[in-house]
Design a protein around this ligand. Structure first.
Ligand code: SF4
Ligand code: SF4
Length: 443
């Protein structure tokens, strides 16, 4: 333990600790006592935490963070720079939840703490401005997402990107690592497909609503099309309901819970319909938040509808595996390694389904060490905490390098981008693909 280790067990299991001082937290996003009380301070989560492993400090471990959140809630610690630093450094990967024998819902604690930070802490004005533009005004507004994507595409295609990279300007500004993580913007955005219905091939086995995603709609349209092809080949009628919007995951993770709630209400109104057997997503990060709408809207009048919506959400891999995959027309005779996206493995407890699907198409799966440890992508974390993210990515690439995989497969677009950047960092050409892309190749 480091010198800034909090006194072990100081939080105690006494609800009155919250009544001893004036809390720095308020409102609907104040964590409930039950969230803290499940932590028994055993420390079994510590070595599963990527930031604790990278930094070796209790304050950057799950137990240390829970302790700090409780102290701030109890009025014993201010919402100051130190607290914000340690909470910002958390990946919200929820590996600690999987490791915890006591059932601590760590994700709910950290996301509520971030909401409190957003309301009560004044970040430096450039950070406030950028966060407000991105989380409040761009994400969650398809027109602005498309406009921003067009500007980025202009930068990528006009030669400006080549010039910025070759001139050393990005390095001078300390932005070369972050800039290299941006996705290539599509020629045609998936927003055009919203409102369409794609008929099932052969006997109708199910009808689903596809959540298309916001960034996925401008940078991963091909993945959404592949998802539709694989589903329809498997006898699934796919609707892309109008009125749907961004899932709100990035906003919820960053503390913008009011914005996330607005999006949740829009998605529920657009997609909760008895006609659909499931609401399907191909993004683990989105799926985890869509399945958590009940908690996000726990004080909302439409809470029951939020729970019903959450109960219908399925990751595309779990949906296909439970439906039963129709025999594809070809198989892939390759050695592959599967990287668990955190929000699929830890957030949704979906681990075997993607692996089973990959085996069905002939891939020889080789388990990498720590396959369910975060790659450092974590939403916008690789931008906001770039240095630490790259350290975590380098550890992941070392694990991948121990395998003889000819293909790396995952189930989340953020992980794909991060792992591709990791391949470049170690000078390897091993392709990184989404489970659905690999399935699509076999039909
Ligand atoms: S969510 Fe991930 S980074 Fe955050 S405390 Fe838990 S294991 Fe550590
Ligand atoms: S494993 Fe669970 S109970 Fe133990 S310290 Fe970590 S969060 Fe608390």
């Amino acid at each position: 333990m480091s010198s800034d280790t909090p006194t072990a067990g100081a939080a105690g299991h006494d609800r009155h600790v919250l009544e001893m001082g004036e809390s720095h937290f308020a409102g609907p996003d104040r964590p409930s006592w039950d969230l803290y009380a499940t932590c028994v301070h055993c420390g079994l989560c510590l070595n599963h935490c990527p930031t604790y492993r990278a930094l070796g400090m209790e304050m950057d471990s799950p137990r240390g963070r829970i302790y700090q959140v409780l102290q701030v809630d109890a009025g014993r610690l201010p919402i100051g720079d130190s607290f914000v630093t340690h909470i910002d450094r958390c990946l919200d990967c929820r590996a600690c939840e999987t490791a915890c024998p006591s059932g601590v819902q760590y994700g709910h604690i950290v996301e509520r703490a971030r909401a409190q930070i957003e309301q009560h802490y004044k970040r430096p004005w450039p950070a406030r401005l950028v966060r407000s533009i991105f989380f409040r005004h761009v994400l969650g507004n398809p027109v602005r997402v498309a406009t921003t994507a067009r500007l980025l595409r202009l930068y990528q295609r006009s030669g400006a990107q080549r010039l910025a990279r070759a001139s050393g300007l990005l390095r001078l500004l300390g932005m070369s690592e972050v800039e290299a993580l941006q996705p290539t913007i599509d020629d045609h955005f998936f927003f055009d497909q919203i409102g369409k219905v794609f008929p099932a091939e052969g006997e109708l086995r199910a009808r689903v609503a596809l959540h298309a995603g916001c960034i996925a709609s401008v940078a991963f349209s091909a993945l959404n099309h592949a998802t539709i092809r694989v589903l329809t080949k498997n006898g699934v009628e796919v609707w892309v309901p109008p009125g749907q919007n961004c899932c709100g995951a990035l906003q919820a993770h960053a503390g913008f819970r009011e914005e996330a709630r607005r999006l949740a209400r829009e998605n529920i109104a657009a997609m909760l319909d008895d006609r659909f057997d499931a609401i399907v997503t191909n993004a683990a990060g989105c799926g985890s938040t869509l399945k958590d709408y009940g908690d996000l809207l726990h004080e909302d009048a439409r809470h029951e509808r939020a729970e019903a919506f959450a109960g219908k959400v399925k990751d595309v891999t779990e949906f296909l595996q439970h439906l039963g995959l129709r025999q594809p027309t070809r198989t892939l005779n390759l050695k592959a390694a599967y990287q668990d996206p955190c929000h699929l493995a830890h957030g949704q407890r979906v681990r075997s389904e993607p692996r089973d699907l990959l085996r069905r198409i002939g891939l020889k799966l080789e388990e990498m060490p720590n396959a369910d440890q975060c790659c450092g992508s974590a939403g916008s974390y690789n931008v906001t905490q770039n240095e630490l993210s790259m350290k975590i990515l380098d550890a992941k690439m070392k694990d991948i390098a121990t395998t003889s995989a000819e293909l790396i497969v995952t189930a989340n677009v953020g992980c794909m981008l991060q792992l591709r950047a990791g391949m470049k960092r170690i000078g390897r050409l091993t392709p990184v693909k989404h489970v659905v892309e690999v399935l699509d190749e076999c039909y």
